[in-house]
Design a protein around this ligand. Structure first.
Ligand code: HEM
Length: 285
């Protein structure tokens, strides 16, 4: 029994959660304005802390709207799971006999133009200032199903989705990588994935970089020892006028290893840049 429950949780809970996050990130990349708005919200709430804690997620209405909108367009289980009627019912004028297998097309409902304005557009704002939620009480949005056989993992999934997405956009800026990054083709299965994985590069947010002085000095030290080929330009340098067009070879390699300037110049020691005036390679000769 315990084995069966654990298997159930893994099979129903892992794939659905990861694919819903992947779709949410894809939509944010396709809609940079929404990404920016979400990052602003996350960075205001995060206030420089290392993580946005679970307790603060309720202060992030835009995050919740982004997740709802992404689940509306990309319900991980678009046909839910097959149901069977246990007795004869009459529904919207149809007679459904006991024992009929019923598939609910949650995907079509979530894109029905008689319910949603511009249903194909990713517009999280549609969920601000209204009460529509996916908990099974609003039948226009049922990515978790509804009623007694609705998803029992909904609360857990909501926290995971919100917590992971909030912290990803809080900590990182994203850029697309590769041609297929925004290809929206879906793969088929009980859960619907992206056919091509969304490939992105991430960089720490600028706020975080400011808090990483050691990273900066490692880069400076690496540049001191391994300077890329210098580019010439017209300059007045150390009282010399260098006319436009003069070919200038600057031996930055020799300067950066000059023992009259650097202690133990052949050693890689990032610490030499901590607390000293060589702040910018651009202006420190
Ligand atoms: C974004 C994440 C998730 C989505 C979109 C989702 C969606 C669904 C849907 C649509 C169903 C079928 C409901 C129906 O047919 O009415 C379902 C069932 C189920 N889900 Fe989830 N789910 C998610 C995450 C999870 C998690 C994290 C867990 C467990 C920790 C979980 C456990 C289950 C189980 C056990 C069932 C079967 C319930 C039954 O047979 O009565 N799900 N889920």
């Amino acid at each position: 029994m315990i084995k069966a429950i654990i298997l159930d949780i893994f099979s129903a809970g892992t794939d659905t959660t990861s694919t819903s996050l992947e779709w949410a990130i894809t939509e944010l990349l396709r809609n940079p304005r929404a990404m920016k708005k979400l990052q602003q919200e996350a960075r205001e709430i995060g206030q420089g802390r290392s993580l946005i804690p679970e307790n603060d997620l309720h202060k992030m209405p835009y995050l919740k709207a982004v997740i709802k909108e992404s689940l509306r367009l990309h319900a991980p289980a678009p046909l839910l799971v097959p149901h069977q009627s246990t007795k004869d019912v009459k529904l919207l004028g149809y007679d459904i006999a006991s024992g009929t297998q019923v598939m609910v097309n949650a995907w079509a409902i979530a894109r029905d133009p008689s319910v949603w304005e511009e249903p194909e557009e990713f517009r999280p704002e549609r969920f601000l200032n209204n009460t529509i939620d996916y908990k099974g009480l609003h039948f226009e949005l049922i990515p978790f199903g509804a009623g007694r056989r609705g998803c029992p993992g909904i609360s857990f999934a909501t926290i995971i989705n919100e917590f992971v997405l909030a912290n990803l956009v809080y900590k990182f800026d994203f850029a697309l990588w590769g041609e297929k990054a925004l290809d929206m083709t879906e793969s088929y299965g009980i859960t619907v994935h992206r056919k091509f994985p969304v490939l992105v590069t991430t960089t720490p947010s600028e706020d975080d970089l400011d808090k990483m002085p050691y990273l900066k000095v490692v880069l400076k030290e690496a540049l001191r020892l391994h300077i890329p080929a210098p580019r010439g330009k017209d300059v007045k340098l150390l009282r010399y006028d260098i006319a436009s067009g003069t070919q200038v070879m600057v031996n930055t390699w020799a300067i950066a290893r000059d023992p009259s300037i650097w202690d133990e110049p052949e050693e890689f020691r990032s610490e030499r840049f901590l607390n000293n005036p060589y702040r910018l390679y651009r202006i420190s000769f």
